[in-house]
Design a protein around this ligand. Structure first.
Ligand code: SF4
Length: 380
């Protein structure tokens, strides 16, 4: 019996060709397999019908992790907050090339779907498919198991950091979300805004995004990919120097160091001025406008005076502010501001000449905020 290989999704195209050659398989087999995975949304070797049965069996032995052997594994379907156990093979099959398995799938009536995936080491991460009425089909992916940044408003930081995700684990999230869509639809956008700090795992993230954006990968446009960082200056500068073709979003969430220190401990190491200076370098090098994310927390950072201070901070920058009314998490003490508070905040920013977008919350009912589903199912 052949030994289990490293994950199929860890191979870039040329690496897969080279590996297949060592197995005595012709190069075109690698192209066939990748077409099934990326274009035809199939993770099951048994469905790759233009490949001979013998080769399919060989690939299954090399790359699949039989899941039916896991006695007592019961995945969940969560709809409208109600958890229903589903069959062990409802989300995954024994001949899948995926490394992980879906522990829970959560649906929202706004069309969002969240997956909680468990990896081979038992660690879990979340990823979300977001649909909107502009036909955007956006994947929000995680880059780490847990997060060390400890933002006070985020459930992902609860429980701390466990490890970085691999390139193949990130690609798997994207492919699984892509496969949730009907046959005629595909992912159009990627936001790297799930659990973890992207700039601390660029060695795995950038190869995963290269596959996601390549013509023979998921073929998602470079400008439709956004990397969102808490603001690690060295990481932002690395993205700038590499001239990555993606968009950059910086989680600012406060107009001054006093408030940011209180809700984002990372700010004590890299205060706002350092973060903005690195973001300016990204703009200068790439020519791409930076988005500043700003979660509105009632009574913390959402006053008109906070908005005016933020406007002063971003004056003379080519930037846009994404205002996000807080998505409540039962385990955290923060409150969502009223619509009137949001309106006053946005008006004050716009009045000061700042370009603003309000990102309305999606997926409240599916624990769509970072880390909430993982946290709510942690003991199960
Ligand atoms: S908001 Fe992002 S950086 Fe902050 S703790 Fe959550 S996952 Fe980490």
């Amino acid at each position: 019996m052949e030994e289990q290989n490293k994950p199929l999704l860890s191979y870039a195209q040329d690496e897969l060709i080279a590996y297949f050659e060592t197995l005595g398989l012709p190069a075109f087999r690698a192209g066939q397999v990748r077409r099934w995975i990326f274009s035809r949304k199939t993770d099951r070797f048994s469905l790759m019908s233009d490949i001979s049965k013998d080769v399919r069996a060989q690939l299954t032995t090399l790359f699949s992790r039989p899941k039916s052997a896991d006695v007592g594994f019961t995945p969940l379907l969560i709809a409208n907050g109600v958890q229903t156990p589903v069959a062990a093979d409802a989300y995954d099959s024994d001949d899948s090339l995926y490394e992980g398995r879906v522990v829970a799938k959560s649906l929202s009536d706004d069309g969002s779907e969240k997956l909680l995936i468990e990896w081979r080491d038992g660690r879990r991460v979340e990823c979300v498919l977001l649909r909107d009425d502009r036909d955007h089909r956006t994947a929000c992916v995680s880059v780490q198991v847990g997060c060390a940044m400890g933002c006070a408003f985020c459930a992902s930081g609860l429980g701390g950091f466990a490890r970085n995700l691999t390139k193949s684990e990130m690609l798997e999230q994207l492919l699984r979300l892509n496969a949730l869509l009907p046959k005629e639809e595909r992912l159009t956008h990627i936001v790297v805004m799930g659990t973890g700090e992207p700039t601390l795992n660029l060695d795995a993230l950038l190869p995963a995004l290269a596959e996601a954006t390549s013509k023979d990968g998921l073929d998602i446009g470079n400008r439709r990919v956004t990397i969102s960082t808490v603001g690690v200056p060295a990481g932002i500068r690395r993205l700038a120097e590499a001239k990555v073709p993606y968009k950059l979003a910086v989680s600012l969430h406060a107009p001054n160091d006093r408030i940011r220190d209180a809700i984002m401990p990372q700010n004590k190491i890299h205060p706002i001025a350092e973060v903005l200076s690195a973001a300016d370098a990204f703009f200068r090098t790439t020519g791409r406008r930076v988005t500043y994310e700003y979660i509105l927390l009632d009574g913390v950072n959402a006053s008109v005076e906070n908005a005016r201070e933020l406007a002063r901070l971003l004056r003379n920058k080519t930037a846009i502010v994404n205002v996000i009314p807080y998505n409540p998490a039962p385990e955290l003490p923060f409150k969502t501001p009223s619509n009137a508070t949001v309106r006053r905040f946005v008006d004050a920013l716009e009045g000061a000449g700042i370009q603003v977008k309000v990102r309305f919350r999606k997926g409240d009912k599916i624990n769509a905020a970072c880390g909430q589903l993982r946290w709510s199912l942690r003991d199960k």
